[in-house]
Design a protein around this ligand. Sequence first.
Ligand code: FES
Length: 173
Amino acid sequence: MEPKAIDWDQLHVIIDKHRYQKWGLIPLLQEVQEVFGYIPPASIEPIARAMKMFPTCIQGVITFYAGFSLKPKGRYVIRVCRGTACHVKGGRSILRMMKKELELEEGETSPDYQFTLETVACLGACFLAPTMMVNKNYYGKLTPPKVISILNQYRKPKPTESSSPAKEADDGR
Ligand code: FES
C-alpha cells in the first residue's frame, strides 16, 4: 500500500471550512490528519495563509501534539504502552517481540505502509496491562501468543487467504 495521494481539492475544501478562524486550527489539522493519515508538509503554507498565521506557528502546533504527523503512517498504527503498570506486567518484552515480529523500531513504518510502530506513556487502560492499540482498537492482558494472533489479523493476506474481519473493519482509513 502506498501512502494516500494528496487530493488538493479535498484539502482546500477542509481549509476553506476553517478559513480565518484561528480557534479552528486544531479541528482543521485534525481533519487533515484524519482524511490523509498525516499532515502533508506542502499543506502548511496554504493552511498558514488561510489562518493568517506564520507557517512556523502551524509547524510548531503540528510537532507539539503527538496526534499529528508530518510523515505518512501505515494503514495500521500500533501503539504499545510503555507506562509503569504495563512495564511491571511485561510490557517491555511485548514491545521487544513486536519489534522483532514487525522488523520495525519505534516510530518506523514498514516499507509497504502496512504498519507503523509507536509507543505511548499510558493508554489509560492500566487495569488491562500490558496493553496496546491497533488504530482505535484496544488489546489488553497481552501475552506473546496473543500478540501473534492479533498481528496475524492485520497482516496482509497471502494470495490464497481471504481477508479477515479485522481488516474489513479497519479498511475505511
Ligand atoms: S500504563 Fe499501560 S495502560 Fe496505563
